[in-house]
Ligand binder design. Structure first.
Ligand SMILES: Nc1ncnc2c1ncn2[C@@H]1O[C@H](COP(=O)(O)OP(=O)(O)OP(=O)(O)O)[C@@H](O)[C@H]1O
Ligand SMILES: [Mg+2]
Length: 226
């Protein structure tokens, strides 16, 4: 089942002489349960694409449909709600709230909607991410790798249609970087989570099932490996 559909997505920043075409006609289809890497050099348009898929930003033209919702039809408020419930976003920096416990950080997206977690699902997430014994700690009492696991747990709490990760291991040493990618893999396997992982690192991309290569805002390769 198709979970993500992009048609002729273009993104142009600026105007006149300062114009930058960041995305130049992206057509893309991703099915539920896929683990996909978006690989490309710096400036190839990876983050721009991720922001559009995450409804953080709008394309200049073209269409994006996620889990049956056409993102162009959402106003600002609807886009914010969509972002919270339907996409999980994980960045290089963890963006945890320093004064809240790990448990509360993970539950933020639900708390904003005054919802309570399903206890079994919550346990499953924190157990598979190996942070069960850190739930009452504050973020600054955790290592970088552990903080990133908390950010991943937070992004999964709403069972999003799509988990979008932008260089999630970019700030970590090799061992922790590998672990973060393993965690994404685990969520893909155990929770059938659809994951799009953005990276400029070919070694990391090789951990996924499908590698989409971006160059100058275009898809130049789309390779399924399993
Ligand atoms: N807000 C913006 N205003 C103007 N130009 C921008 C803006 N954001 C990105 N760009 C330009 O769009 C192009 C794509 O940028 P993008 O951030 O998507 O690249 P990237 O592949 O994520 O790179 P990196 O690996 O360095 O993060 C670049 O040429 C960049 O300079
Ligand atoms: Mg980027």
């Amino acid at each position: 089942m198709e979970i993500l559909h992009c048609e002729k997505v273009r993104k142009v920043y600026g105007s006149g002489e300062n114009q930058v075409v960041a995305l130049d006609g992206i057509d893309l289809s991703v099915n539920r349960g896929e683990f996909v890497a978006i690989l490309g050099a710096s400036g190839s348009g990876k983050s721009t694409l991720l922001h559009i898929l995450g409804s953080v930003d709008k394309p200049t033209s073209g269409r994006v449909v996620i889990d049956g919702t056409d993102l162009s039809e959402l106003d600002r408020t609807q886009a914010a709600i969509f972002r919270r419930r339907k996409v999980g976003l994980v960045y290089q920096f963890y963006n945890l709230i320093p004064t809240l416990s790990v448990r509360k950080n993970i539950l933020i997206p639900l708390a904003l909607d005054k919802k309570k977690p399903n206890p079994e699902y919550f346990d499953q997430i924190v157990r598979s991410l190996g942070i069960t014994d850190k739930l009452e700690a504050l973020p600054n009492q955790l290592s970088g790798g552990q903080q990133q696991r908390v950010a991943i747990a937070r992004s999964l709490i709403y069972r999003p249609a799509l988990l979008l990760a932008d260089e999630p291991s970019g700030n970590l040493d090799q061992k922790n970087a590998k672990e973060v990618v393993d965690m994404l893999k685990l969520s893909n396997r155990n929770l059938e989570q659809t994951v799009l992982l953005i990276t400029h690192d070919e070694k990391i991309a090789l951990e996924t099932e499908r590698i989409i290569t971006l160059e100058d805002g275009r898809i130049i390769r789309d390779e399924r490996r399993r």
